[in-house]
Design a protein around this ligand. Structure first.
Ligand code: UDP
Length: 251
């Protein structure tokens, strides 16, 4: 497919228009940022890992009835996706306390969360992506009541499916961030990416708080072995997808 114009360049991806106005081409970059882009670097091979992991997970979720923007992986770091209008919201689901939840509360790192927590953050770098309430989302007209409810329900379903998938990889899904968009028919679809950049993933066989980290926290906190851990994660994900026996019962 021939590339047309660059539509958007973000911190981790570039989106190109294609000959089909309903499709876009997403190019996954090796560039890495953290702490609202105050820390910048490169993780060699990250684009290929994140594109492949996202492709596997989008397909896995589609097969279980979750609408996504995924169409096909056209190269190791390229994905053809449906064009959607992204809600300016980061939807975070938490199964174990970590990151900003620990910083903003007195919950200790690693505390299990019995009922997964769904949170919304405003995608706005100038404001530092603040935590939103449901009422603020409605006040700011970022989404309707029905759309917020649908995103919460989808986020919880996605959490269930991904938790099972990663368990089969020997990995604990601590938390993750997803984004949703509206397609041409007004349907909400899971968009963006699901990758070690956007999830906290802990090796279930490791109790050491640094050695267990298999996600972007290795880059954020200078834990070393970033590239090799990203590659190891891709191998585990591809292996689990090949076996393909993860199938939690539908609701
Ligand atoms: N996350 C993300 N992009 C962001 C903020 C968070 O992908 O801009 C992911 C992050 O990798 C983690 C989850 O969302 O898996 C929860 O992040 P948290 O709110 O704890 O913030 P952080 O500690 O990453 O600043």
């Amino acid at each position: 497919m021939s590339q047309l114009s660059k539509l958007y360049e973000g911190k981790a991806k570039i989106l190109y228009a294609t000959e089909d106005s309903e499709n876009l081409l997403a190019y996954f970059k090796d560039d890495a940022t953290a702490f609202n882009a105050q820390k910048r670097g490169t993780i060699q091979g990250k684009g290929e890992v994140n594109c492949t992991v996202s492709s596997v997970l989008f397909q896995y979720l589609e097969e279980r009835g979750i609408p996504t923007h995924y169409l096909e992986q056209t190269a190791p770091n390229r994905m053809r996706v449906r064009a959607v209008k992204i809600f300016p919201l980061e939807v975070v689901v938490r199964n174990i306390a970590a990151g900003s939840l620990c910083k903003q509360t007195n919950l200790p790192l690693g505390r299990p969360i019995r009922e997964p927590l769904v949170e919304f953050y405003y995608k706005n770098d100038d404001l530092g992506d603040p935590l939103l309430t449901r009422d603020r989302i409605l006040l700011m007209e970022l989404a309707s009541v029905g759309q917020v409810e649908e995103m919460v329900a989808l986020a919880l379903q996605i959490d269930r499916y991904l938790t099972t998938f990663f368990e089969d990889c020997g990995i604990t899904l601590v938390d993750f961030k997803i984004e949703f968009g509206l397609d041409a028919r007004g349907q909400i679809r899971l968009a963006d990416e699901i990758s070690p950049d956007t999830c906290r993933l802990w090796d279930a066989a490791e109790s050491d708080p640094q050695r267990r980290v298999m996600d972007k926290d290795r880059f954020r906190h200078d834990l070393g072995q970033v590239e090799s851990t990203y590659r190891a994660l891709r191998e585990r994900v591809l292996q689990a997808a090949k076996i393909g026996n993860s199938s939690p019962s539908a609701d």
